[in-house]
Design a binder for this molecule. Structure first.
Ligand code: HEM
Length: 492
Protein backbone atom coordinates (compact mmCIF):
# COMPACT_ATOMS: atom_id res chain seq x y z
CA UNK A 1 0.00 0.00 0.00
CA UNK A 2 1.52 3.33 -0.99
CA UNK A 3 0.13 5.83 1.41
CA UNK A 4 1.50 9.23 0.47
CA UNK A 5 1.80 9.35 -3.25
CA UNK A 6 0.85 13.06 -3.39
CA UNK A 7 3.77 13.88 -1.13
CA UNK A 8 6.11 11.91 -3.31
CA UNK A 9 4.70 13.55 -6.38
CA UNK A 10 5.36 16.93 -4.84
CA UNK A 11 8.97 15.94 -4.23
CA UNK A 12 9.37 14.66 -7.74
CA UNK A 13 7.64 17.62 -9.24
CA UNK A 14 10.00 19.92 -7.45
CA UNK A 15 13.13 18.11 -8.40
CA UNK A 16 12.21 18.79 -12.02
CA UNK A 17 10.64 22.15 -11.31
CA UNK A 18 13.27 24.29 -12.96
CA UNK A 19 12.89 22.35 -16.20
CA UNK A 20 9.14 22.43 -16.37
CA UNK A 21 8.37 25.72 -14.70
CA UNK A 22 7.71 27.54 -17.92
CA UNK A 23 5.56 24.73 -19.25
CA UNK A 24 3.70 24.60 -16.01
CA UNK A 25 2.98 28.32 -15.88
CA UNK A 26 1.80 28.34 -19.46
CA UNK A 27 -0.42 25.34 -18.90
CA UNK A 28 -1.68 26.46 -15.50
CA UNK A 29 -2.56 29.94 -16.64
CA UNK A 30 -4.32 28.74 -19.78
CA UNK A 31 -6.42 26.30 -17.87
CA UNK A 32 -7.23 28.83 -15.22
CA UNK A 33 -8.41 31.38 -17.77
CA UNK A 34 -10.45 29.04 -19.92
CA UNK A 35 -12.08 27.12 -17.12
CA UNK A 36 -15.38 28.04 -15.51
CA UNK A 37 -14.98 25.42 -12.80
CA UNK A 38 -14.58 26.66 -9.29
CA UNK A 39 -11.85 24.75 -7.55
CA UNK A 40 -11.44 24.99 -3.78
CA UNK A 41 -9.30 27.98 -2.80
CA UNK A 42 -5.53 27.66 -2.76
CA UNK A 43 -2.30 29.49 -3.40
CA UNK A 44 -1.33 30.60 -6.90
CA UNK A 45 1.20 28.04 -8.20
CA UNK A 46 3.82 30.72 -8.81
CA UNK A 47 3.82 31.66 -5.14
CA UNK A 48 3.67 28.13 -3.87
CA UNK A 49 6.60 26.78 -5.83
CA UNK A 50 9.46 28.65 -4.10
CA UNK A 51 7.98 27.80 -0.69
CA UNK A 52 7.71 24.13 -1.55
CA UNK A 53 11.22 24.15 -2.88
CA UNK A 54 12.52 25.69 0.35
CA UNK A 55 10.66 23.21 2.51
CA UNK A 56 11.95 20.28 0.51
CA UNK A 57 15.51 21.50 0.41
CA UNK A 58 15.79 22.23 4.11
CA UNK A 59 13.23 19.92 5.67
CA UNK A 60 11.86 17.22 3.39
CA UNK A 61 9.43 16.08 6.09
CA UNK A 62 7.90 19.54 6.38
CA UNK A 63 5.61 19.25 3.37
CA UNK A 64 2.67 18.25 5.50
CA UNK A 65 3.39 21.26 7.73
CA UNK A 66 3.17 23.46 4.67
CA UNK A 67 -0.18 21.95 3.75
CA UNK A 68 -1.34 22.59 7.33
CA UNK A 69 -0.32 26.25 6.98
CA UNK A 70 -2.23 26.49 3.72
CA UNK A 71 -5.30 25.14 5.47
CA UNK A 72 -5.01 27.83 8.14
CA UNK A 73 -4.86 30.44 5.41
CA UNK A 74 -7.35 29.15 2.84
CA UNK A 75 -9.76 27.05 4.88
CA UNK A 76 -10.59 23.39 5.45
CA UNK A 77 -10.64 22.39 1.79
CA UNK A 78 -7.88 23.65 -0.48
CA UNK A 79 -6.55 22.94 -3.93
CA UNK A 80 -2.98 23.00 -5.11
CA UNK A 81 -2.32 22.91 -8.83
CA UNK A 82 1.04 21.44 -9.70
CA UNK A 83 2.27 20.64 -13.18
CA UNK A 84 -0.55 18.67 -14.78
CA UNK A 85 -2.44 17.62 -11.71
CA UNK A 86 -4.72 19.22 -9.15
CA UNK A 87 -4.29 18.11 -5.55
CA UNK A 88 -7.19 18.71 -3.21
CA UNK A 89 -6.68 18.47 0.56
CA UNK A 90 -9.50 18.09 3.07
CA UNK A 91 -8.83 18.69 6.77
CA UNK A 92 -12.40 18.93 8.01
CA UNK A 93 -14.39 15.99 9.34
CA UNK A 94 -17.74 17.41 8.17
CA UNK A 95 -16.56 17.78 4.57
CA UNK A 96 -14.92 14.36 4.76
CA UNK A 97 -18.26 12.94 5.90
CA UNK A 98 -20.17 14.63 3.07
CA UNK A 99 -17.70 13.27 0.54
CA UNK A 100 -16.82 9.80 1.78
CA UNK A 101 -20.08 8.78 3.44
CA UNK A 102 -22.93 10.84 1.98
CA UNK A 103 -21.52 10.85 -1.58
CA UNK A 104 -19.47 7.70 -1.05
CA UNK A 105 -19.74 6.31 -4.58
CA UNK A 106 -18.70 9.57 -6.23
CA UNK A 107 -15.44 9.88 -4.34
CA UNK A 108 -14.51 6.19 -4.12
CA UNK A 109 -12.28 6.07 -7.18
CA UNK A 110 -8.47 6.25 -7.18
CA UNK A 111 -6.47 8.53 -9.44
CA UNK A 112 -4.73 6.56 -12.20
CA UNK A 113 -1.29 5.10 -11.48
CA UNK A 114 1.46 4.93 -14.07
CA UNK A 115 4.46 2.75 -14.78
CA UNK A 116 6.61 1.71 -12.99
CA UNK A 117 4.27 1.84 -9.99
CA UNK A 118 1.64 0.04 -12.04
CA UNK A 119 4.08 -2.85 -12.45
CA UNK A 120 3.62 -3.63 -8.75
CA UNK A 121 0.16 -2.32 -7.99
CA UNK A 122 -1.93 -3.35 -10.94
CA UNK A 123 -4.42 -5.90 -9.69
CA UNK A 124 -4.22 -4.71 -6.07
CA UNK A 125 -7.39 -3.80 -4.22
CA UNK A 126 -5.85 -0.53 -3.12
CA UNK A 127 -5.16 0.97 -6.52
CA UNK A 128 -7.98 -0.61 -8.53
CA UNK A 129 -10.50 1.82 -9.99
CA UNK A 130 -13.87 1.80 -8.26
CA UNK A 131 -15.59 -0.91 -10.34
CA UNK A 132 -16.34 -4.59 -10.71
CA UNK A 133 -12.77 -5.93 -10.34
CA UNK A 134 -12.25 -3.94 -7.12
CA UNK A 135 -15.60 -5.23 -5.84
CA UNK A 136 -14.64 -8.88 -6.54
CA UNK A 137 -11.25 -8.78 -4.82
CA UNK A 138 -12.38 -6.61 -1.91
CA UNK A 139 -15.36 -8.92 -1.26
CA UNK A 140 -13.00 -11.89 -1.21
CA UNK A 141 -10.73 -10.15 1.30
CA UNK A 142 -13.48 -9.02 3.66
CA UNK A 143 -15.53 -12.21 3.49
CA UNK A 144 -12.49 -14.45 3.89
CA UNK A 145 -9.18 -13.54 5.50
CA UNK A 146 -10.48 -10.40 7.17
CA UNK A 147 -13.85 -11.83 8.21
CA UNK A 148 -14.76 -11.75 11.87
CA UNK A 149 -14.23 -15.48 12.27
CA UNK A 150 -10.72 -15.46 10.75
CA UNK A 151 -9.64 -12.34 12.57
CA UNK A 152 -10.28 -14.09 15.88
CA UNK A 153 -7.58 -16.64 15.20
CA UNK A 154 -4.14 -15.20 15.61
CA UNK A 155 -1.03 -17.33 15.36
CA UNK A 156 1.67 -16.87 17.98
CA UNK A 157 4.77 -14.88 17.26
CA UNK A 158 8.10 -15.48 20.02
CA UNK A 159 17.28 -10.37 31.85
CA UNK A 160 16.85 -6.76 31.59
CA UNK A 161 17.98 -5.16 28.36
CA UNK A 162 17.68 -2.05 26.27
CA UNK A 163 15.91 -2.79 23.04
CA UNK A 164 15.08 -0.94 19.87
CA UNK A 165 11.57 -2.13 19.29
CA UNK A 166 10.94 -1.26 15.63
CA UNK A 167 12.96 -3.96 13.82
CA UNK A 168 11.63 -6.62 16.18
CA UNK A 169 8.05 -5.50 15.63
CA UNK A 170 8.42 -5.37 11.86
CA UNK A 171 9.85 -8.87 11.82
CA UNK A 172 7.08 -10.21 14.06
CA UNK A 173 4.35 -8.52 11.96
CA UNK A 174 5.70 -9.87 8.72
CA UNK A 175 6.03 -13.42 9.99
CA UNK A 176 2.47 -13.30 11.24
CA UNK A 177 1.19 -11.90 7.95
CA UNK A 178 3.21 -14.25 5.75
CA UNK A 179 1.61 -17.11 7.65
CA UNK A 180 -1.88 -15.69 7.19
CA UNK A 181 -1.21 -14.98 3.56
CA UNK A 182 0.29 -18.31 2.47
CA UNK A 183 -0.84 -20.65 5.23
CA UNK A 184 2.75 -21.63 6.01
CA UNK A 185 5.94 -20.03 7.21
CA UNK A 186 7.98 -18.76 4.26
CA UNK A 187 11.19 -17.21 5.52
CA UNK A 188 12.03 -15.26 2.38
CA UNK A 189 8.58 -14.22 1.29
CA UNK A 190 8.88 -10.80 2.86
CA UNK A 191 12.41 -10.08 1.80
CA UNK A 192 11.43 -8.58 -1.54
CA UNK A 193 11.58 -4.84 -1.32
CA UNK A 194 9.38 -3.13 -3.87
CA UNK A 195 10.81 0.34 -3.48
CA UNK A 196 10.80 2.24 -6.71
CA UNK A 197 13.42 4.74 -7.78
CA UNK A 198 11.23 7.82 -7.25
CA UNK A 199 12.09 9.69 -10.39
CA UNK A 200 10.52 6.90 -12.46
CA UNK A 201 7.15 8.01 -11.11
CA UNK A 202 7.49 11.22 -13.00
CA UNK A 203 6.95 11.42 -16.76
CA UNK A 204 7.55 7.66 -17.06
CA UNK A 205 7.74 7.69 -20.85
CA UNK A 206 10.83 9.89 -20.60
CA UNK A 207 12.42 8.80 -17.33
CA UNK A 208 12.15 5.12 -18.19
CA UNK A 209 14.45 5.75 -21.17
CA UNK A 210 16.77 8.04 -19.24
CA UNK A 211 17.16 5.64 -16.34
CA UNK A 212 17.12 2.34 -18.22
CA UNK A 213 19.06 0.40 -15.60
CA UNK A 214 16.77 1.51 -12.78
CA UNK A 215 13.74 0.48 -14.80
CA UNK A 216 15.34 -2.91 -15.54
CA UNK A 217 15.93 -3.32 -11.78
CA UNK A 218 12.23 -2.68 -11.10
CA UNK A 219 11.22 -5.28 -13.68
CA UNK A 220 13.68 -7.77 -12.14
CA UNK A 221 12.24 -7.21 -8.64
CA UNK A 222 8.76 -7.80 -9.94
CA UNK A 223 9.87 -11.00 -11.68
CA UNK A 224 11.53 -12.21 -8.47
CA UNK A 225 8.37 -11.42 -6.56
CA UNK A 226 6.38 -13.64 -8.91
CA UNK A 227 8.99 -16.43 -8.73
CA UNK A 228 8.76 -16.38 -4.97
CA UNK A 229 5.04 -15.90 -4.47
CA UNK A 230 3.49 -18.07 -7.17
CA UNK A 231 4.70 -21.44 -5.82
CA UNK A 232 3.51 -20.39 -2.36
CA UNK A 233 0.13 -19.32 -3.74
CA UNK A 234 -0.41 -22.54 -5.66
CA UNK A 235 0.84 -24.65 -2.74
CA UNK A 236 -1.84 -23.01 -0.61
CA UNK A 237 -4.47 -25.04 -2.47
CA UNK A 238 -3.19 -28.18 -0.74
CA UNK A 239 -5.25 -29.27 2.22
CA UNK A 240 -2.08 -29.54 4.36
CA UNK A 241 -1.69 -25.77 4.57
CA UNK A 242 -3.82 -23.71 6.92
CA UNK A 243 -6.72 -21.75 5.39
CA UNK A 244 -5.19 -18.54 4.12
CA UNK A 245 -5.62 -15.53 1.86
CA UNK A 246 -3.75 -17.12 -1.07
CA UNK A 247 -6.12 -20.09 -1.06
CA UNK A 248 -9.12 -17.78 -1.23
CA UNK A 249 -7.57 -15.97 -4.21
CA UNK A 250 -7.42 -19.20 -6.19
CA UNK A 251 -11.19 -19.45 -5.84
CA UNK A 252 -12.03 -15.86 -6.84
CA UNK A 253 -13.94 -15.37 -10.11
CA UNK A 254 -14.65 -12.04 -11.79
CA UNK A 255 -18.29 -12.39 -12.91
CA UNK A 256 -18.32 -9.33 -15.23
CA UNK A 257 -15.39 -10.81 -17.19
CA UNK A 258 -16.86 -14.18 -18.10
CA UNK A 259 -16.25 -15.59 -14.63
CA UNK A 260 -12.52 -15.66 -15.20
CA UNK A 261 -10.12 -16.61 -12.38
CA UNK A 262 -7.45 -14.17 -11.23
CA UNK A 263 -4.24 -14.10 -13.24
CA UNK A 264 -0.88 -14.98 -11.66
CA UNK A 265 0.13 -11.33 -11.86
CA UNK A 266 -3.03 -10.20 -10.04
CA UNK A 267 -2.58 -12.81 -7.30
CA UNK A 268 1.05 -11.76 -6.84
CA UNK A 269 0.01 -8.12 -6.47
CA UNK A 270 -2.78 -8.98 -4.05
CA UNK A 271 -0.46 -11.03 -1.80
CA UNK A 272 2.18 -8.32 -1.90
CA UNK A 273 -0.50 -5.77 -1.00
CA UNK A 274 -1.63 -7.96 1.91
CA UNK A 275 1.89 -8.07 3.37
CA UNK A 276 2.64 -4.40 2.75
CA UNK A 277 -0.69 -2.87 3.72
CA UNK A 278 -0.83 -4.62 7.03
CA UNK A 279 2.75 -4.90 8.28
CA UNK A 280 4.19 -1.41 8.48
CA UNK A 281 0.93 0.26 9.49
CA UNK A 282 0.23 -2.09 12.39
CA UNK A 283 3.87 -2.17 13.51
CA UNK A 284 4.00 1.63 13.46
CA UNK A 285 0.87 1.86 15.59
CA UNK A 286 2.26 -0.53 18.20
CA UNK A 287 5.55 1.37 18.41
CA UNK A 288 3.71 4.65 19.06
CA UNK A 289 1.55 3.02 21.72
CA UNK A 290 4.54 1.46 23.47
CA UNK A 291 6.31 4.83 23.42
CA UNK A 292 3.31 6.36 25.20
CA UNK A 293 3.35 3.53 27.75
CA UNK A 294 7.04 4.16 28.43
CA UNK A 295 6.24 7.84 28.99
CA UNK A 296 3.12 7.18 31.10
CA UNK A 297 3.76 4.51 33.69
CA UNK A 298 0.34 4.95 35.24
CA UNK A 299 -1.26 3.95 31.92
CA UNK A 300 1.13 1.01 31.56
CA UNK A 301 0.21 -0.12 35.06
CA UNK A 302 -3.52 0.07 34.26
CA UNK A 303 -3.06 -2.03 31.12
CA UNK A 304 -1.08 -4.58 33.11
CA UNK A 305 -3.69 -4.70 35.86
CA UNK A 306 -6.52 -5.19 33.40
CA UNK A 307 -4.80 -7.90 31.37
CA UNK A 308 -3.62 -9.72 34.48
CA UNK A 309 -7.08 -9.61 36.04
CA UNK A 310 -8.68 -10.99 32.88
CA UNK A 311 -5.77 -13.43 32.76
CA UNK A 312 -6.76 -15.24 29.64
CA UNK A 313 -4.77 -18.43 29.05
CA UNK A 314 -3.06 -17.26 25.89
CA UNK A 315 -1.15 -14.61 27.77
CA UNK A 316 0.43 -16.99 30.28
CA UNK A 317 4.02 -18.18 30.11
CA UNK A 318 4.30 -21.90 29.48
CA UNK A 319 6.09 -23.08 32.60
CA UNK A 320 6.85 -26.54 31.23
CA UNK A 321 8.30 -25.21 28.03
CA UNK A 322 10.81 -22.86 29.69
CA UNK A 323 10.30 -19.41 28.27
CA UNK A 324 8.33 -20.58 25.26
CA UNK A 325 4.89 -19.09 25.07
CA UNK A 326 1.67 -21.01 25.09
CA UNK A 327 0.23 -21.17 21.60
CA UNK A 328 -2.55 -18.60 21.83
CA UNK A 329 -5.79 -20.04 20.51
CA UNK A 330 -7.49 -16.68 20.09
CA UNK A 331 -7.55 -13.27 21.60
CA UNK A 332 -10.42 -12.87 23.98
CA UNK A 333 -12.82 -10.17 22.96
CA UNK A 334 -14.18 -9.87 26.45
CA UNK A 335 -15.35 -6.49 27.63
CA UNK A 336 -12.80 -6.88 30.42
CA UNK A 337 -10.32 -5.42 27.97
CA UNK A 338 -12.00 -2.06 27.71
CA UNK A 339 -8.93 -0.18 28.96
CA UNK A 340 -6.63 -1.96 26.51
CA UNK A 341 -9.04 -1.12 23.69
CA UNK A 342 -9.11 2.49 24.84
CA UNK A 343 -5.30 2.58 24.71
CA UNK A 344 -5.31 1.27 21.13
CA UNK A 345 -8.01 3.75 20.07
CA UNK A 346 -6.10 6.62 21.64
CA UNK A 347 -2.98 5.45 19.78
CA UNK A 348 -4.93 5.51 16.51
CA UNK A 349 -6.40 8.94 17.23
CA UNK A 350 -3.21 10.69 18.26
CA UNK A 351 -0.73 8.75 16.13
CA UNK A 352 -2.55 7.50 13.02
CA UNK A 353 0.08 5.52 11.08
CA UNK A 354 -0.99 7.28 7.88
CA UNK A 355 -1.50 11.04 8.13
CA UNK A 356 -3.17 11.10 4.71
CA UNK A 357 -5.54 8.56 3.24
CA UNK A 358 -4.51 6.90 0.01
CA UNK A 359 -5.50 9.47 -2.63
CA UNK A 360 -9.10 9.28 -3.79
CA UNK A 361 -10.36 10.28 -7.22
CA UNK A 362 -13.59 10.83 -9.12
CA UNK A 363 -14.75 9.17 -12.31
CA UNK A 364 -16.39 12.16 -13.99
CA UNK A 365 -15.90 15.91 -14.21
CA UNK A 366 -19.12 16.93 -12.46
CA UNK A 367 -18.34 15.96 -8.86
CA UNK A 368 -18.96 18.75 -6.38
CA UNK A 369 -18.55 19.35 -2.69
CA UNK A 370 -19.67 22.42 -0.76
CA UNK A 371 -20.04 24.35 -4.03
CA UNK A 372 -16.57 23.49 -5.33
CA UNK A 373 -15.85 21.41 -8.38
CA UNK A 374 -13.63 18.37 -8.12
CA UNK A 375 -12.13 17.70 -11.56
CA UNK A 376 -11.61 14.22 -12.93
CA UNK A 377 -7.82 14.44 -12.85
CA UNK A 378 -7.67 15.61 -9.22
CA UNK A 379 -6.06 13.70 -6.37
CA UNK A 380 -8.14 14.00 -3.23
CA UNK A 381 -6.27 13.84 0.05
CA UNK A 382 -7.83 13.61 3.48
CA UNK A 383 -5.82 14.75 6.49
CA UNK A 384 -6.47 12.02 9.07
CA UNK A 385 -4.17 13.35 11.77
CA UNK A 386 -5.79 16.82 11.67
CA UNK A 387 -9.23 15.28 12.05
CA UNK A 388 -8.24 13.08 15.01
CA UNK A 389 -6.62 16.05 16.76
CA UNK A 390 -9.48 18.48 16.18
CA UNK A 391 -9.83 20.67 19.25
CA UNK A 392 -13.57 21.09 18.58
CA UNK A 393 -14.06 17.40 19.32
CA UNK A 394 -11.26 16.41 21.67
CA UNK A 395 -10.19 18.14 24.89
CA UNK A 396 -6.41 18.59 25.10
CA UNK A 397 -6.15 16.77 21.77
CA UNK A 398 -2.35 16.42 21.84
CA UNK A 399 -2.35 14.51 25.13
CA UNK A 400 -2.37 10.74 25.29
CA UNK A 401 -5.41 10.03 27.41
CA UNK A 402 -7.10 6.63 26.90
CA UNK A 403 -9.72 7.52 29.53
CA UNK A 404 -11.52 9.63 26.93
CA UNK A 405 -12.66 6.37 25.31
CA UNK A 406 -14.11 4.97 28.54
CA UNK A 407 -17.71 5.45 29.63
CA UNK A 408 -18.47 9.13 30.12
CA UNK A 409 -15.55 10.25 27.93
CA UNK A 410 -15.97 12.22 24.72
CA UNK A 411 -14.76 9.28 22.65
CA UNK A 412 -16.85 6.60 24.36
CA UNK A 413 -18.49 4.38 21.74
CA UNK A 414 -16.70 6.18 18.89
CA UNK A 415 -17.51 4.72 15.49
CA UNK A 416 -14.27 4.40 13.50
CA UNK A 417 -16.41 3.82 10.40
CA UNK A 418 -17.75 7.36 10.80
CA UNK A 419 -21.21 6.45 9.54
CA UNK A 420 -23.20 9.04 11.49
CA UNK A 421 -20.36 11.46 12.07
CA UNK A 422 -16.59 11.44 11.83
CA UNK A 423 -14.59 12.04 15.01
CA UNK A 424 -11.45 10.26 13.90
CA UNK A 425 -10.66 8.32 10.72
CA UNK A 426 -7.34 6.49 11.02
CA UNK A 427 -8.58 3.81 8.60
CA UNK A 428 -10.50 6.12 6.27
CA UNK A 429 -14.29 5.84 6.07
CA UNK A 430 -16.81 4.89 3.40
CA UNK A 431 -16.38 2.53 0.50
CA UNK A 432 -12.58 2.55 0.35
CA UNK A 433 -12.16 2.31 4.13
CA UNK A 434 -9.38 -0.02 5.20
CA UNK A 435 -10.84 -3.54 5.16
CA UNK A 436 -8.18 -4.66 7.64
CA UNK A 437 -9.22 -2.36 10.47
CA UNK A 438 -10.52 -5.00 12.85
CA UNK A 439 -7.52 -7.29 12.22
CA UNK A 440 -5.19 -4.34 12.80
CA UNK A 441 -6.88 -3.42 16.07
CA UNK A 442 -6.84 -6.99 17.25
CA UNK A 443 -3.15 -7.43 16.43
CA UNK A 444 -2.36 -4.17 18.24
CA UNK A 445 -4.36 -5.21 21.32
CA UNK A 446 -2.70 -8.57 21.34
CA UNK A 447 0.87 -7.34 21.02
CA UNK A 448 0.47 -4.53 23.54
CA UNK A 449 -1.11 -6.93 26.03
CA UNK A 450 1.67 -9.46 25.57
CA UNK A 451 4.46 -6.92 25.76
CA UNK A 452 3.11 -5.43 28.98
CA UNK A 453 2.13 -8.75 30.52
CA UNK A 454 5.65 -10.17 30.30
CA UNK A 455 7.81 -7.06 30.63
CA UNK A 456 8.06 -3.71 32.30
CA UNK A 457 8.90 -0.89 29.91
CA UNK A 458 11.11 1.99 31.08
CA UNK A 459 12.99 4.90 29.60
CA UNK A 460 16.52 3.87 28.65
CA UNK A 461 19.14 4.88 31.21
CA UNK A 462 20.77 8.27 30.58
CA UNK A 463 22.86 9.25 28.80
CA UNK A 464 21.82 9.37 26.02
CA UNK A 465 18.11 9.44 25.43
CA UNK A 466 16.55 9.73 28.85
CA UNK A 467 13.46 11.19 27.22
CA UNK A 468 11.32 9.47 24.65
CA UNK A 469 11.39 11.67 21.58
CA UNK A 470 7.93 11.83 20.04
CA UNK A 471 8.99 13.67 16.88
CA UNK A 472 7.33 12.34 13.73
CA UNK A 473 8.82 11.64 10.35
CA UNK A 474 7.27 10.30 7.20
CA UNK A 475 8.75 6.97 6.13
CA UNK A 476 6.33 4.55 4.48
CA UNK A 477 4.00 5.48 7.33
CA UNK A 478 4.39 8.34 9.83
CA UNK A 479 6.87 6.82 12.28
CA UNK A 480 8.82 7.99 15.31
CA UNK A 481 11.74 10.04 14.03
CA UNK A 482 13.97 8.34 16.61
CA UNK A 483 12.88 4.70 16.95
CA UNK A 484 11.77 3.81 20.45
CA UNK A 485 14.60 2.57 22.70
CA UNK A 486 13.39 1.16 25.96
CA UNK A 487 14.71 -0.68 28.97
CA UNK A 488 12.79 -3.88 29.51
CA UNK A 489 12.61 -5.81 32.77
CA UNK A 490 10.93 -9.23 32.99
CA UNK A 491 7.98 -9.10 35.37
CA UNK A 492 8.86 -12.35 37.08
C1 HEM B 1 -3.06 0.12 12.01
C2 HEM B 1 -3.11 -0.51 10.86
C3 HEM B 1 -3.71 0.04 9.58
C4 HEM B 1 -4.00 1.33 9.24
C5 HEM B 1 -3.81 2.61 10.08
C6 HEM B 1 -4.54 1.30 7.90
C7 HEM B 1 -4.97 2.42 7.21
C8 HEM B 1 -5.50 2.39 5.94
C9 HEM B 1 -5.94 3.55 5.24
C10 HEM B 1 -5.93 4.98 5.79
C11 HEM B 1 -6.38 3.15 4.03
C12 HEM B 1 -6.94 4.05 2.91
C13 HEM B 1 -8.43 4.26 3.05
C14 HEM B 1 -8.95 5.18 1.96
O1 HEM B 1 -8.30 5.34 0.94
O2 HEM B 1 -10.04 5.76 2.14
C15 HEM B 1 -6.21 1.71 3.95
C16 HEM B 1 -6.55 0.94 2.86
C17 HEM B 1 -6.34 -0.42 2.80
N1 HEM B 1 -5.87 -1.25 3.82
FE1 HEM B 1 -5.30 -0.64 5.66
N2 HEM B 1 -4.58 0.00 7.46
C18 HEM B 1 -4.09 -0.80 8.46
C19 HEM B 1 -3.98 -2.19 8.44
C20 HEM B 1 -4.39 -2.99 7.40
C21 HEM B 1 -4.45 -4.43 7.45
C22 HEM B 1 -4.14 -5.30 8.68
C23 HEM B 1 -4.86 -4.84 6.23
C24 HEM B 1 -5.10 -6.28 5.84
C25 HEM B 1 -4.50 -7.00 5.10
C26 HEM B 1 -5.07 -3.66 5.39
C27 HEM B 1 -5.46 -3.67 4.06
C28 HEM B 1 -5.83 -2.53 3.35
C29 HEM B 1 -6.29 -2.55 1.95
C30 HEM B 1 -6.42 -3.78 1.05
C31 HEM B 1 -6.63 -1.23 1.61
C32 HEM B 1 -7.19 -0.73 0.29
C33 HEM B 1 -8.73 -0.67 0.35
C34 HEM B 1 -9.39 -0.22 -0.95
O3 HEM B 1 -8.81 0.56 -1.70
O4 HEM B 1 -10.52 -0.67 -1.20
N3 HEM B 1 -4.78 -2.56 6.15
N4 HEM B 1 -5.68 1.27 5.14
Amino acid sequence: MEVVSPWRLLVLSLSLATVVLSLFLLFGLRRGRGSRRQLPPGPPPVLLLPKLLAVLLYDGAGTLGLIRDLHLRYGPIISVRLIFRTFIFVADRGIAHRMLIQSGATFADRPPTFEPRRLFTSGETTFSPYGHYWRAVRRNLTAGELSHARVRTLAPAEAEAVVVLRPLLRRAMLELLVYRCFGAAAPYAHSIATSIFPILDFLPAVTRRLFRRRWAACVAVRRRQEELFLPLIHAAAAAATAPCYARSLLAVRVPEEGNRPLTDAEMTSLCSEFLNAAGDTTGTLIEWIMAELVRHHDIQASVYAEVKAACCPELLINKDGGDRLQPPPAIQTSSSYSYLKAVVLEGLRLHPPTHLLIPHGVQSDDAEVDGYTVPKDAELNFMTAEIGRDIKVWTRPLEFCPERFLEGGEGYGVDVKGIKEIKMMPFGVGRRMCPGYSLAMRIAEYFVARLVMDLQWWRPPPPPGAEVDMAEVFDFTTVMKHPLRARIIPRN
